[in-house]
Design a protein around this ligand. Structure first.
Ligand code: GTP
Ligand code: GTP
Ligand code: MG
Ligand code: MG
Lengths: 292, 283
């Protein structure tokens, strides 16, 4: 996908006889197309490739490495400067209840991926509880409860509760009293122009004081990714991102733009509908695969 | 002087970027630009500025043309036809996960009821957690019957049940909800083909998310190739969507977008307006 397209662009450069201005410009054009087709924000693509071109042509190459190796190094550095260098774990303090508030646009995959995350953390030995604080979507409680039951994770909620802030507070209080280590709070979908819902999100965060706010981003999200992520971050500071639905044909460039816009690292990626389909995001592995 | 290929290429680059920034898929933007180039090649135009205006104008027309269906789908004509023939109109909804299929079905039910038609729903999503509960709540609110079967059942048989029910009771419309699926999943696409074979719907409607970027073209293209779609609904247009996904879907399938979702309430559905979208998408 994004990986193989960038890989091909870089391989083409590596096979070229001379790494001159023409070859670099061609690489940059190929990179631009690959990044744009992967849904990376248009402005980000232009900035990124402009920097890659300048650095590739103007910087002095260290002795002992060819100019072509140097160009690959530049691409690698520019991409990892956005995605980060290492795997960033979820913010977790042992010996207390850690509260994670999960937010995102309608249909992005919050409810499903909360249970996936709960299952992963349970395997790591933590006690888990999920809170159904989406009081708007029909069947939201049932959906979360059914998924949680299958993963053998406790689920707290009441399908008749209309007040999402109350639902969040009650759920968090319940698990805190049980000394549950990881509390995952599911919320209703919302987008930046639903001002009332954005305010509601702020009120939920104020009420439960989460240790980390996780933004769930749909892997198919296009150019709106940075604007939406920025708006969420401005309303409630986002601590991390989960990118979902990367098992389809989407390349997740929107998520890259969301990271660039918020500075929040991607910590997990969703790769399917089943509860086991969640992996830790490894940025260097991702970029390494990109560049072959 | 004449517009040469080289002059066009330079002017097109900015306009191409503007299309991409408005969420038009890369391939769709390229195809639209190609059409415009064909329209303008050899045409006599004055100074460079009016050249750019000529391109912009041609681009506007090309976008509007792509968004205006050659063979429109008139839902209400179809409804009347089927009603006169004493047959239910069968509509099947498909698309990838989370695009708004179930909610769109509820909105269309509401719209049809306001026009005096009777509706029955088929919950042919027998896979996803909470799918039956979700559509049941909509059905209760809208006071329509929904047919469903236990989780894990064959989805095609749910569609079959609903169609038989509609025929037996003289219900005007059957709306079939299916589970979201990645169009790249061979097994799930085979399952969808089976539902299609059994239900023999009058209309297959692709439900696409207006916030999707380049994937919109992949989704629409594959669902159209593997199942065949008759029309599309674009959802979440209220989420400040730039509208480019509409162009991607239109170019990928040549099929009309009939409705747009503009919110989460039953009333948040509107007819697709090609001019409005062209204004939004065109640079
Ligand atoms: N293929 C695939 N499907 C996914 C993934 N994550 C979630 N889904 C599916 O995406 C759809 C939406 O997921 P939900 O968990 O309901 O999304 P949500 O964000 O809670 O939706 P709202 O509460 O309505 O905002 C469901 O069909 C999920 O099964 C993933 O990684 N891959
Ligand atoms: N803002 C907005 N939200 C929408 C629109 N259409 C649907 N939604 C929301 O999107 C989310 C997903 O809707 P669903 O109807 O469950 O989507 P689906 O395609 O049936 O999902 P799966 O069955 O899991 O594939 C819900 O929170 C809906 O309320 C729309 O036009 N605007
Ligand atoms: Mg949800
Ligand atoms: Mg559904």
């Amino acid at each position: 996908k994004l990986g193989s397209a960038l890989h091909q662009a870089v391989q083409k450069l590596l096979r070229s006889a001379v790494v001159d201005e023409k070859a670099v410009k061609e690489l940059v054009k190929d990179l631009q197309r690959a990044l744009l087709q992967a849904d990376v924000n248009v402005h980000l693509v232009m900035d990124l490739t402009k920097r890659i071109e300048e650095r590739s042509l103007k910087e002095a190459v260290a002795p002992g490495i060819s100019r072509r190796e140097y160009v690959v190094k530049v691409v690698y550095e520019e991409l990892t400067s956005i995605l980060g260098q290492k795997v960033v774990p979820l913010k977790f303090t042992p010996g207390k209840s850690n509260i994670y508030l999960v937010v995102g646009i309608q249909g992005s995959g919050k409810t499903t991926n909360i249970v996936k995350l709960g299952r992963l953390l349970k395997k790591e030995g933590h006690s888990i509880g999920v809170v159904a604080a989406d009081t708007f979507r029909p069947g939201a409680y049932d959906q979360l409860k059914q998924l949680a039951d299958r993963a053998e994770i406790p689920c707290f909620g009441d399908s008749k509760e209309k007040d999402s802030i109350k639902a969040a507070k009650k759920g968090v209080k319940h698990y805190q009293s049980q000394k549950t280590e990881v509390i995952l709070v599911d919320t209703a979908g919302r987008h930046k122009d639903e001002k009332g819902l954005i305010r509601e999100m702020q009120q939920i965060a104020k009420a439960i004081k989460p240790d980390e706010i996780i933004l769930v981003v749909d892997g198919t999200l296009g150019q709106q990714a940075s604007t939406q992520a920025e708006a969420f971050n401005a309303a409630t500071p986002i601590g991390s991102i989960i990118v979902t639905k990367l098992d389809g044909s989407a390349r997740g460039g929107g998520a890259l733009s969301a990271v660039a816009a918020t500075g929040a690292p991607i910590k997990y990626i969703g790769t399917g509908e089943k509860t086991k389909d969640l992996e830790k995001f490894q940025p260097t592995k991702f970029v390494g695969q990109l560049l072959g | 002087k004449e517009i040469s290929e080289k002059n066009l290429d330079e002017a097109f680059s900015d306009l191409q970027m503007a299309l991409l920034a408005n969420d038009v898929a890369y391939e769709a933007a390229e195809r639209i630009n190609h059409r415009v180039k064909e329209t303008l090649e050899g045409v006599q135009i004055g100074r460079l500025q009016s050249k750019k205006d000529a391109i912009r104008e041609a681009l506007y027309d090309a976008i509007l043309d792509a968004l205006t269906p050659d063979s429109p789908v008139n839902l209400f004509e179809l409804l009347e036809q089927r009603k006169k023939a004493n047959e239910p109109l069968i509509i099947m909804f498909l698309g990838v996960n989370g695009t708004g299929k179930t909610t769109t079905i509820a909105k269309i039910t509401h719209m049809l009821q306001k026009r005096g038609y009777t509706v029955v729903l088929a919950c042919a999503d027998t896979f996803r957690a909470g799918s039956a509960e979700q559509i049941q709540i909509h059905a209760d609110r809208l006071k329509v019957r929904v047919l469903s079967r236990p989780y894990g059942s064959d989805p095609a048989s749910v569609a079959f049940d609903a169609i038989n029910h509609a025929r037996a009771r003289g219900v005007n419309v059957v709306l079939i909800d299916t589970a979201g699926r990645m169009q790249t999943d061979k097994n799930l696409m085979a399952e969808l083909q089976k539902i299609h074979r059994v239900a023999e719907p009058d209309l297959v409607v692709f439900v696409g998310d207006a916030l999707a970027g380049n994937d919109a073209i992949e989704q629409a293209k594959t669902f159209n190739e593997k199942i065949g779609i008759d029309a599309a609904v674009l959802t979440k247009v209220d989420a400040d969507a730039k509208g480019g996904a509409a162009l991607s879907i239109a170019i990928a399938t040549g099929k009309p977008i009939i409705f747009v979702g503009v919110g989460q309430k039953y009333s948040d559905i509107e007819s697709f307006n090609p001019e409005w979208f062209t204004e939004k998408i065109a640079p």
